[in-house]
Design a protein around this ligand. Sequence first.
Ligand code: GL2
Length: 809
Amino acid sequence: MKKWQDKEEFKKIFTEKAHVLWEKELRDLTLNEVYQTIAYMIRDLVSEDWIRTNEVYAEQKAKQVYYFSIEFLLGRLLQSNLIGIGLEDICRQGLEDLGWKLEDVVPQERDPGLGNGGLGRLAACFIDSLAALQLPGHGCSIRYQYGLFNQRIVDGQQVELPDNWLVNGYPWEVKRVDKAVNVRFGGNAYMRPTEDGELECVHENYSSVRAVPYDVPVIGYHNDTVNTLRLWRAEYSREDLYRELTLGDRHRAFRYKNNVQLISRFLYPEDSTEDGRRLRLMQEYFMVSAGLQSIVRHYKRKYKESMYKFDQYIAIHINDTHPALVVPELMRILLDEEGMAWEDAWDITCRTVAYTNHTILPEAMEKWSIPMFQSLLPRIYLIVEEINNRWLKEVRRLYPGDENKARSVAILWDGQVHMAHLSVLGSHSVNGVAEIHSQILKDSTLHQFYTIFPNRFSNKTNGVTHRRWLIEANPQLSDLIDEAIGDEWRLEPSKLIRLKTVSSDSAFLDKLAKVKKARKEILADYIKKEYDTNIAVDSIFDIQIKRIHLYKRQLLNILGILHLYYTLKANPDLRVRPHTFLFGGKAASGYGEAKQTIKLINVVANMINRDKQVNKQLKVLFLENYNVSLGQLLFPAADVSEQISTAGKEASGTGNMKFMMNGAITLGTMDGANVEICREVGMEHCVIFGLRAEEVMNYYMHGGYSSWNMYSSDPRIRQLMNSLVDGSINGEHFGMLYESLLDRNDEFFVLKDFAAYCEAHTEISRRYANQKQWFHSSAINIAHSGYFSSDRTIQQYASDIWRIKPVKV
Ligand code: GL2
């Protein structure tokens, strides 16, 4: 890559580029135009490598993986791309000469609205690692016009505003009209005999949607690899629109046009209620069909190999079940377009596809009603039906008379299409995302499949990219690490383990404390600016940031805080270590309890922050609109990482890893990847509390838990529960939460774990009092975070599942 040699060259190119793009003098540029100019300059720099990367893959016929995910929660790209190509400093200096600060330009980029939470962010970390490791791997998803929503808090309540993230355009994308494909919906499909006695499928009266790809370069770290994230946008096909119009039915024509455009208009609010299900299914098939068609076309044109060898050159990964239609869609292509026999097509499909499960929450398991599925995707339905028939025949042959077995592995059952079952059956590999989660899949959620295909199952513990979450988010800490152990960890994060050698060194620990303080000051400045509130940097920063969900138990956190408040009120002379509790996260718009939790946090925060008797010791804030960019400010500033989900419910969590990487101590349950974090760092460097997953499971299966008993036996709980409904929290009522905790017997064991949670907090305060010991633990956490780099995770996927190898560009 030809890079800018120095800041002078940067300034020269910047000036030329800005003139061409905006037809303005430099002094008249808006900050947003400055941002876009640099983005286009980076695109220019990498364009040759981008072309070259694809050519080299094709020349070498390298096996490639395509990572299909309904979300890619990218975050801003300006800084990470500058870091990737090693030009951040030159850009900063050049801009400064021109009168701008890089720090002011970076926030001009809006976070892309392409994801909701952990699943989408994982996908973004994965493509980052693929490019960094020079692995041939690309992302495939949808170019949503609107993201989830922008969250505002008004009178303590979440208000959802449209996230029109594309308003100013998106300089990182390239629209590729020439690579558009058509996707079919509706109509009718049936089999008819051909002249030579075979059966062929007829699919007629369907409507076509044009899928147009927008490619985003995925730039490697200090190498020349530039992979692709391909985002599909739905457009109406002009021919179909004209056909409708010439048929004389203008209403139908406009309905067609509108329906088509809806497909890529909104990101679906994952974790929520049943809204818009038909549209969601359309999105899933749209992404899958467009993605697969373009992969097959590219394979045939560039690799020029037989479709019978497809799986030798192509791996397809489905990130949860949303892309599960890859299985029948690949079958459709192989059967209907390539004329393959069923057995061959099935064999190739299963060898190509691999599946990751990300949740065991029953309500998150995708199922579609058969009538809806059938009317929307008639040809795909026929294929799913055939897969199901053949499969059940096999199961009944293997387990005669065992209808339970058949039921528990069926794809079509009870009038529904079971997407997890389709995914397991149509893949050669199924994995969970943390050890405990993978074990639960084998023991319960997918147990019946496990008994049939034991070798198909494995674990791949999640990871996060240290390039964004440490190098980019926390340059102060990164520099200190360089100083202590050299900079090899930047390329190989496993080398972070060398920090253990200095983790008891007083001089190092003093510096680590200073870095933490500096990061707390940066966050405090942001909060002062945005909320006009002061937070004390010598207080403990205790942070819980993630989607709001009952199982994640933000409720446990805020009840703990409320209890602390009551204790301070009742004991005016009591002194506790000052604490700043920070929350962030969006509630799905239809999720009443989650929204009421946000309200509770805000009302309690208000009450505490205004109370002069306690507000020197306690401060609580709910930060609006938690997203990747805000995360980059929060993780580096945290002392305590709240990871307090009900054991067995959080498949992995990845925020836990970002916190530890930045030296926070985990206060958590034995859930998801907390278990492995705790094993790596040792019990003395994290604080673990609460029920274990087996105990939770036991209660679910055999009963024996009554939240009313907790209410009767623990006066603290009684006081808290009463306060939810008696108006003592600023005159507000939280009936829905009260009901869920008491009348519905506290499904997530908030009250059961309450006492242990309070003790865990006491333990945190006790440990924090010994600063040397605390920062020793902090250093140990950073040292072990190398294991939780997505580079390690991706290396495991690459060697165990995809069987792809690095390719030098
Ligand atoms: C999730 C899990 O809930 C979360 O625990 C996990 O870390 C991520 C990534 O594997 O996947 N599943 C899911 O549907 N969302 C997640 O965050 N939204």
